[in-house]
Design a protein around this ligand. Structure first.
Ligand SMILES: O=C(O)CCC(=O)C(=O)O
Ligand SMILES: [Fe+2]
Length: 183
């Protein structure tokens, strides 16, 4: 874990993340363009987060061996909005579960329970997760690598070592989430 001045490689990585988010938001399909389902494309990171300096000042590198993962959680409120996770080596499925109003218990996935939403996201080597606004504050993320949980398109993923680099920015003062979520 590292706080404060990041090593040169992490500063370079932060800068590449900023470029990637900017390109995705403003070049490939600009925000406010109409999507295939008729909605407007939301931005990945609002500009006050994308252009803050530094973009990140804390990093943690996690190494997971087969069977190891991370249980469902919302990142600590001592970190600002706008969190990046770079996933390396073995692929995995990260699940997002909505934080239940009034409680913080893990919501179990039941196939026949229509109100329980668990969103699987496949992370292959090099995938970048950016969590902001609702995704950062109202959804828990987890990686369960116990047998039977790493399913994608009906197949169990082959597990090897996985490394993730999580980049965050510490709140200067106690910060409350500024959730100005656009739909
Ligand atoms: O390893 C990952 O991909 C997730 C790490 C994470 O969620 C965290 O460190 O808070
Ligand atoms: Fe996390």
């Amino acid at each position: 874990m590292r706080f404060g001045d990041l090593p040169a490689w992490a500063i370079e990585l932060s800068s590449s993340i900023r470029d990637a988010v900017f390109l995705e938001d403003h070049v490939s399909e600009p925000i406010n363009s109409v999507t295939s389902n008729g909605g407007t494309k939301p931005c990945i990171l609002p500009s006050n987060l994308l252009w803050r300096e530094p973009l990140f000042d804390q990093l943690i590198v996690n190494v997971y061996h087969p069977g190891e993962g991370i249980c469902a959680h919302v990142d600590l409120m001592r970190f600002e909005d706008g969190i990046g996770i770079l996933s390396l080596e073995s692929s995995c499925v990260m699940h997002f579960t909505r934080v239940e109003e009034g409680g913080s218990d893990i919501v179990e996935h039941h196939e026949n329970h229509p109100l329980t939403i668990k969103v699987p996201v496949l992370l292959t080597a090099g995938s970048l997760v950016i969590m902001s606004r609702e995704a950062r504050y109202l959804w828990k993320h987890e990686i369960n690598r116990k047998p039977g949980f790493q399913m994608w398109e009906g197949q169990e993923l082959m597990q090897e070592r996985r490394i993730s680099i999580t980049l965050r920015k510490l709140c200067q003062f106690f910060c409350l989430p500024a959730l100005n979520v656009e739909h």
